[in-house]
Design a protein around this ligand. Structure first.
Ligand SMILES: Nc1ncnc2c1ncn2[C@@H]1O[C@H](COP(=O)(O)OP(=O)(O)O)[C@@H](O)[C@H]1O
Ligand SMILES: [Mg+2]
Length: 264
């Protein structure tokens, strides 16, 4: 495997990738809520939405109509992240429109993510969370090779199909040429709890997928997030679910944030 030149982000202390084998498992939900949980600890947090196939972070923060400020720096354009809930956010979604959409899929796409991170004025950052495109293509490989990544979190649902795809994503990070530690697994949609019966758990997607993946990769299961209407509603409305501190899901995100703080 060819060695790519590393990009130094001097102001950024830790870079954590949130990855998954397939879309729709809750990668963005985890990225958004983990970022907010870390920011609530008074830490300086950057969230990069690098999912060129379906950038959903702007919607989840209710900032999809906002565009980052741009300033010219010589012949280079610098972007300023959008700040909400204490998190500095940049999304490929801010740049994709009808005319530009193809830029991110063309031959330049492999370098586009690192370039877009590099061209943003982040300021001092304790944790940069990157919501990665699902899967294990060239774009993902190039990005992990070019950045000094501390570790990756793999998100899966309990289902066999999701776990199978997550396994491939995990093996990309442990590839000898890549060597990015897997910080842990997060199982999302572990069970369903109806709003009106908060004590009940329905294991609609089966169970054990997250544990299995963690054991196979010799890593920990960082948390299990239930499927609850409040998370979906917050995402739709661009609100922070953290106002509803009684939710088990929120307590899980807080626990995961504390694990990250203890590791890095
Ligand atoms: N634990 C959860 N409870 C309720 N809805 C969820 C949960 N996790 C994800 N969702 C919803 O499922 C959809 C897919 O989640 P998302 O985070 O966008 O997945 P991905 O980024 O992996 O494609 C979104 O509409 C999101 O709001
Ligand atoms: Mg997503």
């Amino acid at each position: 495997m060819a060695m790519l030149e590393k990009i130094e982000l001097k102001e950024v202390k830790n870079i954590i990738i949130v990855a998954s084998g397939k879309g729709g498992v809750g990668k963005s939900t985890v990225s958004v809520n983990l970022s907010i949980a870390l920011a609530r600890h008074g830490l300086k947090v950057a969230l990069v939405d690098a999912d060129i196939y379906g950038p959903s972070v702007p919607k989840m923060f209710g900032i999809e109509d906002i565009r980052p400020e741009v300033s010219a720096n010589g012949d280079k354009e610098m972007y300023f992240p959008v700040e909400k809930f204490g998190v500095k956010i940049m999304s490929v979604g801010f740049f994709v429109n009808k005319n530009q959409g193809l830029i991110w899929r063309g031959p330049l796409a492999a370098n586009a993510i690192t370039q877009f991170i590099e061209n943003t004025q982040w300021g001092d950052i304790d944790y940069m969370i990157i919501d990665f495109p699902p899967g294990t293509g060239d774009i993902q490989l190039t990005t992990v090779q070019k950045l000094n990544v501390n570790g990756a979190i793999i998100v899966t649902t309990p289902q066999e199909v999701a776990v199978n795809d997550a396994r491939k994503a995990a093996s990309m990070f442990s590839n000898p040429g890549i060597n990015v530690p897997i910080i842990g697994i997060i199982e999302n949609m572990s069970w369903f709890t109806p709003k009106i019966h908060p004590e009940e758990k329905y294991f609609i997607f089966g169970s054990g997928g997250g544990e299995k993946l963690a054991i196979e990769n010799n890593t920990t299961l960082l948390g299990k997030i239930p499927l609850v209407a409040e998370i979906g509603e917050a995402a739709e409305k661009g609100k922070s679910v953290f106002l509803q501190s009684e939710l088990i899901a929120i307590q899980e995100f807080e626990k995961i944030a504390e694990s990250i703080i203890n590791i890095y």
